[in-house]
Design a protein around this ligand. Structure first.
Ligand SMILES: *Cc1c(COP(=O)(O)O)cnc(C)c1O
Length: 357
């Protein structure tokens, strides 16, 4: 604490991102980055944009990028909002669309940034427990008028469980709450889930948030977007233009446009991650792990006979880092990002040793 801090600052509980180690040569399976590089076309576009025009501000509306996203998802430009990582897009959605007198709803086990935004913007929330098998129960989000909520947000697939709802399950939640905004955070949707984007034509209360950090392998560039009805997007633009007019720099716009256009690289790398995930799940189960079925680029797994925290430390001694959450219900789980086949083989070999020790 410092006497120079405002009351708001004193009351914050900031998000703690997964470690970005300074050591080279670690097998880094802790923050759900893509093990493959981004589209070579994105890298070329960033190089090409690196010139004296950097003296000029970027397009405040990033229209080229909005158009590339709109084309890819068969939408109009006015249905697309872009931001400096989907974390920023989410922050604007919390302030601009989810801050109401009634509490918003999200699962008890979910992306741990949501309660942080609620703290920052003083948004009331209620957490809704996942079922025993860690699935989101649709019925829990179908409220009567008497206990209406201020909004709903969850990732699909959920993080850190990896479990996905089908599009029709998401639709039931969106349809049951026509007067509240439902935000579906689809950070991991490209690894096997069904996107809710086709629903936005029929549901003006649905906002779908994507990131280029995971499936497009551009976590370092910081680009995310939201798609939804023009009225929701307008709300986000009002917040953005009251906060930072130029959230995307010239290099980010250039790289993101090229990444959205390189469908072949995207398809190929997503397919590789999915194939490796399936092998990893099988091998973890052979070692006695219970693995939650995952539609994401990570898996959440627990070994009934081995303490999770001890396993994390033992892996670390072998140069492998995975994520562990000291949270109720999942403190005996490891969250393992799907790496390359070689990285996953090294992980399995290390776990086999740890388990037989
Ligand atoms: C990674 C992640 C994000 C944030 O992505 P950025 O675009 O890198 O800010 C948002 N939501 C969930 C659930 C994530 O896992």
């Amino acid at each position: 604490m410092s006497r120079f801090w405002s009351n708001v600052t004193q009351g914050l509980t900031p998000y703690v991102p997964g470690e970005q180690p300074k050591l080279a040569n670690l097998i880094k399976l802790n923050t759900n980055e893509n093990p493959y590089g981004p589209s070579p076309m994105a890298i070329d576009a960033i190089h090409a944009a690196t010139d004296e025009s950097l003296r000029l501000y970027p397009d405040p509306n990033a229209d080229r990028l909005k158009d590339a996203i709109a084309t890819r998802h068969e939408l109009e430009r006015r249905q697309v909002f872009v931001g400096n990582g989907s974390d920023e897009v989410l922050a604007h959605a919390f302030l601009g669309l989810l801050k109401h007198p009634q509490p918003i709803l999200f699962p008890d086990i979910t992306y741990s940034f949501y309660p942080v935004y609620c703290g920052l913007y003083e948004i009331a929330y209620e957490t809704v427990p996942l079922a025993d098998d860690f699935s989101i129960r649709v019925a829990d989000y179908v409220r009567t008028n008497a206990n209406a909520c201020g909004g709903i947000i969850f990732p699909n697939p959920n993080a850190p469980t990896g479990k996905a709802l089908t599009r029709s399950e998401v639709e039931q939640i969106v349809a049951a709450n026509p007067d509240t905004v439902v935000v579906i955070d689809e950070a991991y949707i490209d690894f096997g889930g069904e996107s809710a984007i086709p629903l936005i034509a029929r549901y003006p209360n649905l906002l779908v948030v994507h990131t280029l950090s995971k499936s497009r392998s551009l976590a370092g560039l910081r680009v995310g977007f939201a798609v939804g009805s023009a009225e929701l997007i307008d709300g986000l633009e009002r917040v953005k233009n009251s906060f930072n007019s130029y959230p995307l720099d010239r290099l980010a716009i250039a790289g993101a446009v090229a990444a959205m256009e390189d469908e072949a690289h995207f398809e190929q790398t997503c397919a590789a991650v999915i194939a490796t995930r399936e092998r990893l799940v099988e091998q973890l189960r052979e070692l006695g792990f219970e693995v939650i079925p995952s539609a994401a680029n990570f898996v959440l797994a627990r070994h009934p006979q081995h303490d999770a925290e001890k396993s994390v430390l033992a892996l670390r001694r072998q140069g492998i880092i995975v994520r562990h959450f000291k949270l109720p219900r999942i403190d005996q789980h490891l969250r393992i990002t799907v790496g390359t086949d070689e990285q996953c083989a090294a992980l399995i070999a290390a776990l086999r040793e740890i388990i037989s020790a």
